[in-house]
Design a protein around this ligand. Structure first.
Ligand SMILES: [Zn+2]
Length: 286
């Protein structure tokens, strides 16, 4: 599942290769890939035709392409295995090619949505006054957004009767932090994932947010994490931040800080990786 850094890498690729190009024709090769566009594949392709793509935007893991001169955007759902590839026209069709967008210019590239498991897809949605697709209006700003409000996040943590990893994954509080980067940031901050949020002090929240941003920026710098070979960025190159992970996937390996073997525990149908020495289990569990 791509997380914020992977999606931002894709967004930057689209900004470079697709923004400001006019759609000549879109082609849907598998109806499941546009199932979230309730009016259907013909309506989807008809509405794209002749419109210029604006600057690709992102909030958390959500990515969209505004259609200029309309109040609509194409929302990309990458799901588990979705890829947006920019390919030369003559490149062979990918086995799981679902949607193809050709542009009305001389540039020899087209946009392809490829998805092996077809959990993802593209859909058109009306924009809110803020320019967000209406279906994601409830998603909070992400920690790399300059308008993210650290103090409001801290107050929300204090009010919530929750535990910290649960809060980090709550998209209405903070978006874009998934399982991997939550474990990484908590390891860096030496905080156990079950620590109750009600006891967080302002400095502790600030320190944790700092680590969340650091780990995301570090992942961005190397093109995102590629723990799953299905994830590739817009040009088909895998990220390789997985080589630098300190917590996620390191069960039984020595903690890079203290040498204690790392633990893995089942957590909400996923796993949490942590160092039992650096990240002490809280005495009072909520
Ligand atoms: Zn440790």
């Amino acid at each position: 599942m791509p997380e914020l850094p992977e999606v931002e890498v894709v967004r930057r690729g689209l900004e470079r290769w697709v923004a400001h190009r006019v759609v000549a024709e879109a082609e849907v090769l598998h109806p499941r890939a546009v199932r979230r566009h309730l009016a259907g594949a013909d309506d989807f392709t008809h509405r794209l035709k002749g419109h210029r793509i604006g600057t690709p935007s992102r909030r958390g893991k959500y990515l969209w392409l505004p259609l200029e001169d309309t109040d609509q955007s194409i929302l990309a759902h990458l799901g588990m295995s979705g890829q947006l590839l920019v390919q030369p026209h003559a490149a062979p069709e990918e086995k799981h090619l679902r949607i193809r967008v050709r542009f009305a210019d001389e540039v020899d590239t087209e946009l392809r949505f490829v998805d092996q498991r077809t959990f993802g897809g593209l859909s058109l949605h009306d924009n809110t006054p803020d320019g967000l697709p209406d279906v994601i209006a409830h998603i909070a700003r992400d920690p790399l957004d300059p308008l993210f409000d650290d103090e409001a996040f801290h107050q929300a943590l204090r009010r919530k009767r929750s535990t910290i990893k649960r809060a980090l994954l709550d998209q209405s509080l903070i978006s874009g932090v998934g399982n991997i980067y939550a474990d990484e940031a908590l390891w860096r901050a030496r905080i156990h994932y079950e620590r109750p949020t009600s006891g967080f002090t302002r400095p502790r929240t600030a320190e944790l947010l700092g680590h969340v941003r650091d780990v995301m920026n570090a992942a961005l710098a190397v093109g995102g994490t590629s723990f799953d070979s299905l994830y590739v960025n817009v040009n088909g190159e895998s990220g390789y931040f997985d080589r630098s992970l300190d917590a996620y996937g390191r069960e039984g390996l020595p903690c890079r800080r203290c040498g204690t073997p790392m633990h893995r525990r089942p957590w909400m149908n996923r796993s949490s990786y942590f160092c039992p020495k650096c990240q002490r289990v809280p005495r009072v569990s909520s």
